[in-house]
Design a protein around this ligand. Structure first.
Ligand code: PMP
Length: 365
């Protein structure tokens, strides 16, 4: 079967070797005569998988010893509510950086639990840039930011260094570049981009911050319960964790986060260069804040947009249609998308330009 070039924004492409190992494990896991889908989560074999996955997260992101690595469920969207539910204490407020669609969703949930202050927003220009975010107020429970805005195609390269706890939604760029975990008190991410298949949510949190949870929180929404039960308070998403382990082993083989970051920079540069050169396309994000994971761009008009989508699809390039509320194109260049797929896309943009030129010259003739 022909493999397509998958530029989808998530769930996204995973390496073929990871898919193959996952497929094998569904049929007969490690020659055990059992499928990974039917093993007990309390078995020693699965506990090994869980611990190995935690260790890989620690190694790949250099997670300090005083931080916990937790595997939760409910996606990043549940974190939008869980963060304020756990940390937005009475008489305090939470600060939010409003950088796009998902930041807005996080703000909406936080308002259910207390006072929210939006310290900066880029809504005035369709979230095409990262606003300045210098902030030094006291009495604030935490500052929440979104490291990569999946829909708008912007990414934060300078995180605020402040005296209050920093909470970050890293759903769409975790494991794609080096980060200093110490800059954050809590990081969360849905797994279905660079970590593995959907079903698991990664949380990395400073233990001291977790100790500050004072409110009465339902067990399944209480970070401390997951820490104290080693992410096994209830049945964890076994398959999702297993495939994440395979995928993180694959990432380690690619030279880890440092190795993949170099390739990610190269992939993004090649595509942005073509967007800037080709008169039929235009990038939508402010150049200084352009995301390396989700590259957003537009065509000169609606008819050209539709024509290029068809042109790309016929070449096996899928998933480049922009988000429904934004339009245009979005090419997601997650870790497992090979450089060669980006080259095929760039080539298609060039060929499309040439075919347009030819059509115009024939009309003139
Ligand atoms: N935050 C960001 C930055 C995202 O990209 C997404 C999903 N695309 C979410 C939150 C929501 O994640 P989930 O679907 O896992 O709830």
């Amino acid at each position: 079967m022909q493999k397509k070039h998958n530029f989808g924004a998530g769930p996204c492409i995973l390496a073929a070797s990871v898919m193959q190992q996952a497929a094998n494990a569904v049929i007969n896991w490690n020659d055990s005569g059992l499928s990974i889908l039917e093993v007990s989560h309390r078995s020693a074999d699965f506990e090994n998988v869980l611990h190995k996955t935690q260790i890989l997260v620690r190694e790949l992101l250099n997670v300090p010893a005083d931080y916990s690595v937790l595997f939760l469920q409910g996606g990043a969207s549940t974190q939008f509510a869980m963060v304020p539910m756990n940390f937005l204490h009475k008489k305090m407020k939470a600060a939010y950086l409003d950088t796009g669609y998902f930041a807005q969703k996080a703000i909406k949930e936080a308002r259910l639990f207390g006072e929210v202050e939006i310290i900066a927003s880029s809504q005035d220009k369709n979230y095409s840039y990262i606003p300045d975010h210098i902030y030094n107020e006291s009495g604030v429970a935490y500052l929440h930011c979104t490291s990569n805005n999946t829909i708008e195609g912007t990414e934060i390269f300078d995180f605020p260094t402040i005296g209050i706890p920093l909470v970050c939604d890293m759903s769409s760029d975790i494991f794609s570049r080096k980060i200093n975990v110490r800059d954050f008190d809590l990081i969360y991410a849905g797994a279905q981009k660079n970590m593995g298949p959907a079903g698991m949510t990664l949380v990395i949190a400073k233990n001291k911050f977790l100790d500050s949870v004072k409110t009465e929180v339902p067990s399944m929404m209480d970070y401390r319960i997951f820490r104290d039960n080693d992410s096994m308070y209830n049945t964890p998403p076994v398959f999702s964790i297993y495939v994440a382990m395979l995928n993180l082993l694959w990432l380690k083989d690619q030279g880890g986060v440092e190795g993949i970051e170099k390739v990610n920079i190269k992939k993004a540069n090649i595509l942005y260069r073509e967007i800037d050169r080709n008169p039929l396309f235009k990038g939508t994000a402010n150049i200084a804040h352009r995301s390396r994971m989700n590259i957003t761009f537009k065509a000169t008009d609606a008819e050209t947009e539709k024509a290029f989508l068809d042109f790309a699809e016929s070449r096996g390039l899928v998933g480049i249609k922009g988000y429904r509320t934004v339009g245009g194109f979005r090419a997601s260049l997650y870790n497992a998308l090979p450089l060669s797929s980006v080259e095929v896309l760039v080539d298609a943009m060039k060929q499309f330009e040439n075919s347009r030129k030819l059509e115009q010259s024939l009309q003139l003739a």
